[in-house]
Design a protein around this ligand. Structure first.
Ligand SMILES: Cc1cc2nc3c(=O)[nH]c(=O)nc-3n(C[C@H](O)[C@H](O)[C@H](O)COP(=O)(O)OP(=O)(O)OC[C@H]3O[C@@H](n4cnc5c(N)ncnc54)[C@H](O)[C@@H]3O)c2cc1C
Length: 382
C-alpha cells in the first residue's frame, strides 16, 4: 500500500479541512449546548460535495473512492461528530446502499436529493429489543397485493426526525438474517411517525429518533435489493460504515491532541510549560502513536475496499481499535487540561462525551471482537 496521498486525495483532504474549519468548528460547541445543529449545514455539506463522495457522478454524486471518503470523514470527525454522523448515515449508509443495490428508478428518485443535501436519509436497523443481534429483528413487512405493509419500531435512529427517506430493514418471512428485506420508506407515508430522543451523553446536536411504523404501505418497488437480502444490504453498508466510523475516530483523536498540545504549550506549572513535564509528554505521545496506528488500520481497510478485496475483518479491526483509542485520546487529553478539562468552557469535555458512542454504534466493541475472533479462528462465538 502506498502511504503517500495522491494529488487528488491530498486536494480533497485539504478542501474538506477548509470546509470543516469554516463551517463546522466555530459552531460545534453552540450546537451541542442548544442540542440542535443548524439544519442549513446539510445544504452546505451538499454544495461542498461532501454528501456525494463515493456515489458516481452520473447518479448525482461527486465520485471518488472509499479512501477519499475516509479522508473527508476524518476531517469531519475532527470538526464535530454530530455533523460527521449526518454524512455517515445519509450518504454512507443510505445513499451508498441505493447506489449499490437500487434500481434506476430508486436511484433517480433519491440520490440527487441526498447527494445535494436537499434530502436526508436515515438507516433503520436497531429496534427497542434488538441491537447487536440485528438478524433477529421483529419489524414485519407483509405482502398485500402489489404493496407491503410495514409494522414495527426502530430505536436510536440518526437523522430520524429529519429524514425524507428511511431505509428500513423488516422481516418478510423466515428466521434470522435470511428472512429480512430492505425497504426505502418515504417518511411522509401514512402510519410513519417519529419521537425525538434527547438527553444524550454526546452528539447532543445531532437528530436521533425512534421510528414507529404502523402498517405503512409501500409499493413492492420500494424494496431495495432482492427479497430476503435485506440483511446483506445492511451488512454491506456497515462494512464501509465501520471503516468510516474508524476514520472519524481518528479525526476526533486529532482534535483532542491539537487542543492538548496548544494547552500544554501555554499552561505553566513548576516554572515551565507543562509540555516540558515528562509525564505530560507521555500523555501526548501515547495519543499521537495510537492515532497514527488507527489511521493506518483505516487506510488498510479503505485500500482493500477500493481494490475490490474482502475487507470485513479489516473494517472491524479499524473500528475496534480507532473507537477505543479515541476514547483513550479524549480521556488522556482531558488529563492534560487538569481541572479545566472538566468544564465545558474547554473542548475536551465535549470530545470525551462525543467519543463514547464510537464504541457502541455500528457494532459495539464486543461485536467487533467477536467478528474478529470468528475471522481469526474460524469459529463463531456469537
Ligand atoms: C447515538 C446513537 C445513534 C445510533 N444510530 C443508529 C442508526 O442510525 N441506525 C441504527 O439502526 N442504529 C443506530 N444506533 C443503534 C446502535 O447501533 C446500537 O445501540 C448498537 O448496535 C448496540 O445495540 P443495543 O444498544 O441494543 O445494545 P445490546 O445489543 O443490547 O448490547 C448491550 C451490551 O451487551 C453486549 N453484547 C451483546 N451481545 C453480545 C455478545 N454476543 N457477546 C458479548 N457481548 C454482547 C454489547 O456489546 C453491549 O455491551 C445508534 C445508537 C446510538 C447510541
Amino acid at each position: 500500500m502506498d502511504l503517500t496521498l495522491s494529488e487528488e486525495h491530498q486536494a480533497l483532504k485539504e478542501s474538506a479541512a477548509a470546509f470543516v474549519d469554516k463551517e463546522v468548528v466555530p459552531f460545534a460547541a453552540e450546537w451541542d449546548r442548544a442540542e440542535q445543529v443548524d439544519r442549513a449545514i446539510v445544504g452546505k455539506l451538499g454544495r461542498a460535495g461532501l454528501l456525494g463522495l463515493g456515489v458516481p457522478e452520473e447518479l448525482g454524486g461527486s465520485g471518488g473512492d472509499m479512501f477519499a471518503y475516509c479522508l473527508a470523514i476524518e476531517e469531519l470527525g475532527r470538526g464535530d461528530q454530530a455533523i460527521r454522523g449526518i454524512v455517515s448515515v445519509s450518504l454512507g449508509l443510505v445513499g451508498k446502499s441505493i447506489a449499490r443495490f437500487g434500481t434506476p428508478e430508486q436511484q433517480e428518485r433519491w440520490l440527487p436529493g441526498i447527494c445535494s443535501g436537499e434530502m436526508v436519509g436515515c438507516f433503520g436497523l436497531t429496534e427497542p429489543g434488538v441491537g447487536s443481534d440485528a438478524g433477529n429483528l421483529t419489524t414485519k413487512a407483509v405482502r398485500d397485493g402489489g404493496d407491503y405493509l410495514i409494522t414495527g419500531s426502530k430505536q436510536f435512529i440518526t437523522n430520524g426526525n429529519w429524514a425524507d427517506v428511511a431505509l428500513v430493514m423488516a422481516r418478510t418471512g423466515g428466521e434470522g438474517g435470511r428472512g429480512v428485506s430492505a425497504f426505502l420508506v418515504p417518511t411522509d407515508s401514512a402510519g410513519f411517525s417519529t419521537t425525538k430522543i434527547t438527553d444524550k451523553l454526546g452528539l447532543r446536536g445531532q437528530d436521533t429518533a425512534a421510528l414507529h411504523l404502523d402498517a405503512v404501505r409501500v409499493p413492492a418497488s420500494a424494496m431495495l435489493g432482492e427479497e430476503g437480502r435485506g440483511f446483506t444490504v445492511a451488512m454491506t453498508a456497515l462494512d464501509r460504515g465501520r471503516t468510516s466510523i474508524a476514520a472519524s475516530a481518528v479525526g476526533l483523536s486529532t482534535a483532542c491532541l491539537d487542543a492538548a498540545l496548544d494547552y500544554a504549550a501555554s499552561r505553566e506549572q513548576f516554572g515551565r510549560t507543562i509540555a516540558g513535564h515528562q509525564l505530560v509528554q507521555q500523555l501526548l505521545v501515547e495519543t499521537q502513536v495510537e492515532r497514527d496506528a488507527a489511521r493506518l488500520l483505516v487506510w488498510r481497510a479503505a485500500d482493500l475496499c477500493d481494490r475490490g478485496q474482502p475487507f470485513r475483518a479489516e473494517a472491524s479491526a479499524a473500528k475496534y481499535y480507532a473507537a477505543e483509542s479515541a476514547v483513550r485520546a479524549a480521556n488522556r487529553c482531558l488529563q492534560v487540561f487538569g481541572g479545566y478539562g472538566f468544564v465545558e468552557e474547554y473542548p475536551l469535555a465535549k470530545y470525551l462525551r462525543d467519543a463514547r458512542v464510537l464504541t457502541l454504534y455500528e457494532g459495539t466493541t464486543q461485536v467487533q471482537t467477536l467478528l474478529l475472533g470468528r475471522a481469526l479462528t474460524g469459529v463463531s462465538a456469537f
